[in-house]
Structure formats: structure tokens, C-alpha cells
Design a protein around this ligand. Structure first.
Ligand code: ATP
Ligand code: PRP
Length: 212
């Protein structure tokens, strides 16, 4: 049995066409299907649905053979025990530092202010600010980072931006780019060895679909 870990929402939606090109179609019984293990049209292949940040963990421990995870979450996870063969080019966005429109971020940096930065990406943020020689106090959040500067929890945030709509709606602006983000196919290295005959054709089909 081959198990593929996906997260609900954009990763699932954007992976479906790639899966389909690889000949794998999840069999769900309508929008209200609450099953976390989803069978597919292929007897030996199933999909499991987990939180986006948990996909690398399921694959690392071999509870899933393959998975699809954002580069943002792979960096936070550290990537240990994961083979990451293909950038699928889906769920594209950017990881940035953002602050209130009225905040003079460059001036704050110039005078060496110690900023409070709220984020779900603590590891990435720590490395980013350390590389710039900036001292910041990081506050770990689990979502809705854009709110933090509006209510005085933080001076700035490290978060994902795509259209910029969420930042604009909350009167925030990008003050630094950290890195572009897209999602990768990740593979358990032991599965690659022990289930080679099933796993390698799937990796190749994903790669072909992603390039198309
Ligand atoms: P959860 O909803 O379980 O808290 P999440 O918010 O991380 O998890 P998603 O919003 O589905 O889950 O995001 C999954 C991945 O999609 C992210 O890790 C990131 O790589 C990418 N992503 C997030 N937001 C966007 C966006 N606005 N546009 C494009 N890609 C995005
Ligand atoms: C993501 C991200 C931003 C938003 C950016 O949130 O955390 O808040 O998208 O996209 P934009 O620049 O196009 O507005 P998402 O929509 O995934 O919501 P959630 O993670 O809070 O569920």
C-alpha cells in the first residue's frame, strides 16, 4: 500500500490535477465526506488528510510514503529524514516581513530598535534576522499573524503573501522579502528503497505532470 499525505484546501486542490495525471484519483463521497483516509481508484494507493504543518512529520516517520508540503513548512520542519525530489510549482507565494503602513521599518532598523515580531515561522524568522544582525523578540503564533501589529502584540510579522490582499485589508505593507515559496513532493527514503517499484513511477509521473 502506498500512502500519500496531503492537507485539505489549496494543497489538496492543487495536487489533484497532478495526482490525476499520475493516474491516481481520490474516491470521495461528496463534500461532506469526513474520512481522513481516502481511497483512490488505484487499489494500492490511498490519500491521508492531515494538517499542512504535519505532512513532513507523517512522511518522516513513514506513516505516509509520499506527501506534498510548502517550502515554508519544510524549512520549519528542518527536512530531516525527507527526500525532496520535485518542486511541484503549486501553492506559490512569498515569505515576507510585513509591518503597519505607517511604521518606518528602515528607520527602526537604523537606530537598532529591538523589534517584536509575531510569526508561525519562528525558525525561519530567527535565521533571517540573525543573518541581518538584527535583535528581535519572536512571538510564536499559529495563524492570523496580520492581526498582531494591529492590536499591539508585535511591531512586525513574518508571514506568507500571495495577492497582497490580506496585508492591504489590514493596512500592512511588505518591508522585506525572505524567500519565494512553492510546494514540493516529499518522499520517505525507506519507502523509496522498499517500495521502489510503486514509488519511483509515482515520483516520475508527478515530475512529468509538474513540468507540463
Ligand atoms: P492550517 O489551515 O491547517 O492552519 P495552513 O494555513 O498552513 O494550515 P494552507 O493555508 O492550506 O494551510 O497552506 C498550505 C501551504 O500553502 C502553505 O504551507 C504555503 O506553502 C501555501 N500557501 C499558504 N497561503 C498561500 C497563499 N495565500 N497563496 C498561495 N500559497 C499559499
Ligand atoms: C494565507 C497567509 C496570508 C494569506 C496571504 O492565509 O497566511 O494570510 O494567505 O494571501 P494574500 O496575499 O493573497 O491575501 P490563508 O488564506 O491560507 O488563511 P489561513 O492560513 O489563515 O487559513
Amino acid at each position: 500500500m502506498i500512502t500519500i499525505a496531503l492537507s485539505k484546501g489549496r494543497i489538496y486542490d492543487e495536487t489533484l490535477p497532478l495526482l490525476s495525471a499520475a493516474g491516481v484519483k481520490p474516491v470521495v463521497s461528496g463534500d461532506t465526506d469526513r474520512r481522513l483516509i481516502v481511497p483512490t481508484n488505484r487499489d494500492g494507493v490511498r490519500v491521508i488528510l492531515v494538517r499542512a504543518a504535519d505532512v513532513p512529520t507523517y512522511v518522516q516517520y513513514g506513516a505516509a510514503d509520499l506527501g506534498v508540503a510548502g517550502r515554508d513548512l519544510l524549512i520549519e520542519h528542518g527536512g530531516r529524514g525527507l527526500y525532496q525530489p520535485i518542486d511541484l510549482g503549486i501553492a506559490r507565494c512569498r515569505l515576507v516581513v510585513a509591518a503597519p503602513e505607517a511604521f518606518d521599518y528602515p528607520a527602526a532598523i537604523r537606530r537598532g530598535a529591538r523589534l517584536r515580531v509575531a510569526t508561525k515561522y519562528v525558525k525561519t524568522a530567527r535565521e533571517h534576522f540573525a543573518a541581518k544582525g538584527m535583535h528581535v523578540d519572536l512571538i510564536k503564533l499559529y495563524g492570523s499573524m496580520e492581526l498582531a501589529p494591529l492590536v499591539g502584540l508585535a511591531d512586525a510579522i513574518v508571514d506568507l503573501v500571495d495577492t497582497g490582499g490580506t496585508l492591504r485589508a489590514n493596512k500592512l505593507k511588505v518591508v522585506e522579502e525572505i524567500q519565494p515559496v512553492s510546494s514540493r513532493l516529499i518522499v520517505n527514503p525507506a519507502s523509496l528503497k522498499t517500495k521502489r517499484a510503486e514509488v519511483v513511477p509515482l515520483i516520475e509521473a508527478f515530475g512529468k505532470a509538474a513540468r507540463a
